[in-house]
Write a protein that binds this ligand. Sequence first.
Ligand code: PHE
Length: 365
Amino acid sequence: MSEIADLKAALIADIAAADTLDSVEALRVGALGKNGVVTGLLKTLGGMSPDERLEKGPPIQDLREAVTVAIADKKAALEQAALDARLASERIDMTLPVDLGPQGSVHPVSQVMDELTEIFADLGFSVATGPEIEDDWHNFTALNIPETHPARAMHDTFYFPDLNDAGQKMLLRTHTSPVQIRTMMNGTPPPIRIIAPGRVYRSDSDATHTPMFHQIEGLVIDKGITLGHLKWTLETFLKAFFEREDIVLRLRPSYFPFTEPSVEVDVGYTLTNGQRVIGGDGDAANGGWLEVLGSGMVNRKVIEACGLDPDEWQGFAFGTGVDRLAMLKYGMNDLRAFFDGDQRWLKHYGFSALDVPTLSGGVGA
Ligand code: PHE
């Protein structure tokens, strides 16, 4: 018996001393493999008499059991140690700042257009586009701007020297309103709910005017649309855009050939440390009003020019300057800097491309 006890002690000691999975495996083969020592001992049981087997069997079985358990335990311990070592060596410090390399930035105009698109998408508006090189009819005539209207004078509009194939004057669109016409005439029947952001051109240049600037047009055509819908829409949009609930609007009667009645919209601001901050009642002691929008109920003549029946369909339209909205929201004061391409300006006022639009709660939050 002491032979088996010695063998057991020796095998257990070898297993304890093994420090790689390979050496454990070699020990397993040497003890429990086909030609292993323990297997050899187990085989001798077959040739024994029942009495002898009763005596020698248990210590041999005990040996097999003890060696099997010791090998399994050792294997598990070595595997765990290997995993621990791997986890320790592959640890990543997530707090380290990442070097992103040179980064471009999103121009404030693009950022604001994205914000406006999101706000109006929440209100069910889709985005429509039109050409920047327009014909006279879409830019003026269909919008009820007669030949004699001052907006047609050369000093406002960039005309092309040649007429188009249809004999029409061609021009750089002076506003996004021709997209109203193109949308009403594109064959899709109303209801219509679109916004049209884009570049427009006027021959004008000073601190608050550049020959190219950006507008966003809005158009709703449906049944039973009233000035109330217009006011609610503008109020909701301006609150979402300026991210303030205390936006106060002042609607003033005005004139645009393509809307009747026409409304100019002022928004109240408050003087804070000498700065105009949008929000609050413009009539308050430290307040004032800024004109932000032109709007009105779409003129019957425009609806008719687009081939729709104005007794069936009504709607409202509005137009506003995207650059101006950006200046008011993000505190920039010289419009010309928008288009100088000065990288220092872009670095300061640009937005990270990784940011989502900054709408805090969206519309109706
Ligand atoms: N197109 C007008 C402008 O450029 C703005 C406007 C659009 C006014 C729609 C009323 C309705 O000033």
